[in-house]
Design a protein around this ligand. Structure first.
Ligand SMILES: Cc1ncc(COP(=O)(O)O)c(C=O)c1O
Length: 427
């Protein structure tokens, strides 16, 4: 909000807008939760105006929308959207019922049959499934590539390619994509394209959150979030968000209205009141712990390739130092760690099953960015939709660091590694 522009992002996430044209709640210290499926209309003319104007106003430009029906627009969700837009420094934000609803809407609202997508070789399993099981049969081929390899990318992109899709850091391997290199490539392609047919850079920023990285500042066009993860933060709400140029706003709102995957006002309220204000605090604490756990994992015999951008050994360390910066411009490597084990020394499934049965501070569960430390096997769980050679290693393990004491996390991991260590005769 313009009147709060001089305040730090961390403060703005605590306070949100001090007032909003969306709703008069200036006497509430905590914004109220609206819960009304439908809205009283003073006249037929007001109802008609609401339908005509729906999707036409620009977020937080001072106009109070005519609210009509929750699925079109509603105040709590709308205030959250303003905050997310501000945190990512974007032009507009539209929330959805889940991260997958946001991803599919961001693509489906602009793609037409014949359009093509190029995705980074590894992304979240359901995104991969959307790209392999659905879009091709709707006439929209999706190609996989290493988006850091501009030469191979150039060979794949043609006049029909509309979207370059990636996560950076990638789920689960934490590989980073060089966004400024991709921007330069895309600008070259777009020189000859008309408005409305430009090649767009889509970044799923779920792992980093705007606290650790603002992809638009590095050249992305569209930012996506699963609010279910770090931003929601407490593991109680499912949601998603698209932060996009204003030119995409009407399409996104109309798509959400007609396909119907809205974020409930109750979830929006919880994300706004609990998730956003605590985001910097949680991430800083989780990062502190990840910076203890990752070096410890590196020191364990039988654990290989510990990927954590905070490690000196991280293969893309320089890019990490450049792209992963928090609101104070400090290095922000995040709370996610990925490692593989040498199967002849440590039984990966045995390690996870030991945790499932015995650990208190580490939980075997999918999802991430939770108050609790979560561990999982991507090849068997979140990324099981990869059925070819692009699948993550069967001995790969993803760790999402929570808010527990690092001492206890290490204690539970150490016990699991010891229990899963193969006896010499198995080696
Ligand atoms: C990087 C990433 N993007 C998107 C999603 C999908 O989010 P949701 O479960 O909210 O649909 C996930 C879920 O794990 C994810 O990890």
């Amino acid at each position: 909000m313009s009147n709060n522009d001089n305040y730090k992002p961390t403060t703005k996430l605590v306070h949100g807008p001090s007032h909003s044209a969306k709703w008069d709640f200036s006497h509430h210290v905590t914004p109220p939760l609206s819960s009304s499926t439908t809205y009283r209309l003073d006249s037929v003319e007001r109802g008609a105006r609401g339908f005509t104007e729906f999707g036409q106003y620009v977020q937080d430009d001072g106009d109070t929308p005519v609210y009509i029906y929750d699925r079109l627009d509603e105040p709590t969700r709308s205030i959250l959207e303003g905050e997310l837009c501000d945190a990512e420094r974007g032009e507009c934000c539209v929330t959805f019922a889940s991260g997958m609803a946001a991803i599919s809407a961001s693509m489906s609202s602009i793609l037409i049959p014949g359009d093509e997508v190029v995705t980074h070789r590894i992304v979240y399993g359901c995104t991969h499934s959307l790209f392999t099981n659905w879009y091709p049969k709707q006439g929209m081929p999706v190609h996989r590539a290493d988006l850091n390899d501009i030469t191979s990318l150039r060979a794949l992109v043609n006049d029909n390619t509309r979207v370059l899709f990636m996560e950076t850091p990638s789920n689960p391997t934490l590989e980073l994509i060089d966004l400024s290199a991709l921007r330069a490539f895309t600008d070259g392609i777009n020189q000859d394209r008309p408005e409305g047919r430009k090649l767009l850079i889509y970044v799923d920023n779920t792992f980093a959150t705007p606290f650790c990285q603002r992809p638009l500042e590095h050249g992305a066009d569209v930012v996506l979030h699963s609010l279910t993860k770090n931003i929601g933060g407490f593991g109680t709400e499912i949601g998603g968000a698209v932060i996009a140029p204003k030119s995409m706003l009407v399409g996104l709102l109309l798509y959400r209205k007609d396909f119907g995957a809205i974020l409930s006002s109750k979830s929006a309220w919880a994300i706004m009141v609990y998730g956003l204000p605590t985001l910097p605090l949680r991430l800083k604490r989780q990062q502190y712990t990840a910076n203890i756990v990752a070096p410890w994992l590196e020191s364990v015999e039988g654990i290989l390739n510990v990927a954590y951008p905070g490690l000196e050994s991280f293969p893309q360390r320089e890019l990490a130092l450049k792209q992963l910066r928090d609101f104070d411009d400090d290095f922000a490597p995040g709370n996610m760690i990925y490692f593989t084990v040498d199967d002849s020394i440590i039984d990966a499934k045995g390690l996870l099953n030991y945790i499932a049965k015995n650990a208190y501070s580490v939980t075997l569960a999918v999802s991430l960015g939770h108050t609790k430390t979560l561990i999982e096997s991507p090849a068997n769980m979140t990324h099981s939709s990869y059925t070819d050679s692009g699948a993550p290693s069967s001995t790969g393990i993803r760790l999402s660091i929570g808010l527990e004491s690092p001492v206890d996390i290490l204690r539970d991991l150490e016990a699991a590694v010891t229990a899963a260590r193969r006896s010499p005769q198995h080696a």
